[in-house]
Design a protein around this ligand. Sequence first.
Ligand code: HEM
Length: 471
Amino acid sequence: MSLLLALIGVVVGVVVASNLLLRWNELRYGRRRNGCLPPPGTMGWPLFGETTEFLKQGPSFMKQRRLRYGRIFRTHVLGCPTVVCMDPDLNRRMLLQGESSGLVPGYPQSMQDILGRNNIGALHGSMHRFIRGAMLGLVHPAAIRASLLPKIDAFMRSHLDGWSGSVVDIQAKTKEVTLLSMLRQIAGITAGPLSDALNTEFCTLVLGTISLPINLPGTRYYQGLQARKKLVSMLQKIISERRSTIQAHGDMLEALLTSGDDGTREKLSDEQIIDLIMTIIYDGYETMSTTSMMAVKYLSDHPRALQELRREHLDIRKGKSPEEAINYEDFKSMAFTRAVIFETLRLATVVNGLLRKTTQNVEMNGFVIPKGWRIYVYTREINYDSFMYSDPMTFNPWRWLEKNMESHPHFMLFGGGSRMCPGKELGTAEIATFLHYFVTRYRWEEEGKNTILKFPRVEAPNGLHIRVQDY
Ligand code: HEM
């Protein structure tokens, strides 16, 4: 009897203590003070907040809270008090106003530490404009036409050779294709020991950027920092070798090393060049490889779309010899391919949202968000909004041809405002070229049962296997 009473006492004690802790955390963040008025919501446990529920439930975590609190609510996830905003108009306004209204990128600490202090996401004001200017100089349409597209074409033409008769994991392949293609554009690096070493370190670095910043041997964060060190030293060696030759390379690294030589802009330091190269790979790698993989998946599930896409590419090939490259005009003529790429980005939601941090108290639809909070500009829901996309859960590339959806105010697949993705056209050209060689050379069917997870990132945990045959 006394044991039972003791047990009841412990249970009651735990319940009371938990309630007190939750209540304390609510009062700590939710109260109106110093002119701040956070939106409704719950903050979960001290320190951990609602991170576990957020990661486990993903999009349904957001939906449940939206039902309870509306399109703007507060929570505490990934170590920071956060306001989630699911209102398309407000999201757009936040992206457009950016720094002028007290919002700067708010990506996790581990990402900032591992990508370096010159990475574009860590920079604000004039430094951001300077580095962004250098980035835009590499990927503007004239550069895509004259130098990048020919490189992408030559790479895809040879790399997508000899796949017939085999079962390939298209997830692994699109990752390999994307990284190797980027390395070629950046510094003329071809497949071999150097690209293998860069790949290994880069994968470790990526895992480190999405981990808790605990710098102890064995943690992903620690390994990410070590990978960064190795990558910096490899890139520094490549830069030093470049400086010791007068040979022209015509790649991004050469453009970065010579930028400012004509006196029109300041020169970039080696540190800035290295961080920019890492940012380019980091920002382009996952987005492009995942979109390419998911495009293959959607096309296998939608034969009519595949037929239309293939027709577009066979028409382009008609006027060319087998060895002739696709050029910028060909790329620009690929209206249906572009539609397939955007529809893939939308339906798969390759990017769930964007993170910002408040540098001052920020007014938002009648609420006042305290300085130092994170804002999750959650754009995922827009992708499934039936007012914007009729029958939103259906893969329908044709919708992008009907109206000019790219200029719709709620088109945020590539962000918006002063942080809008500078790699949009290059990324689209890269995926389009991959699809060009893939669909004109091969037909394929899915092999076995493949699982695809959509949150927190789109991935096939055991790969996405397809059997490939000559077309
Ligand atoms: C399908 C491909 C891609 C998608 C969906 C995509 C998406 C995005 C999005 C949504 C942002 C905005 C981030 C924010 O506001 O916080 C962004 C920024 C950025 N992207 Fe992309 N991206 C793609 C390809 C690329 C490529 C190929 C590159 C490099 C060549 C690149 C480089 C960048 C950079 C450097 C930024 C930061 C810009 C800044 O802060 O000023 N992206 N991207």
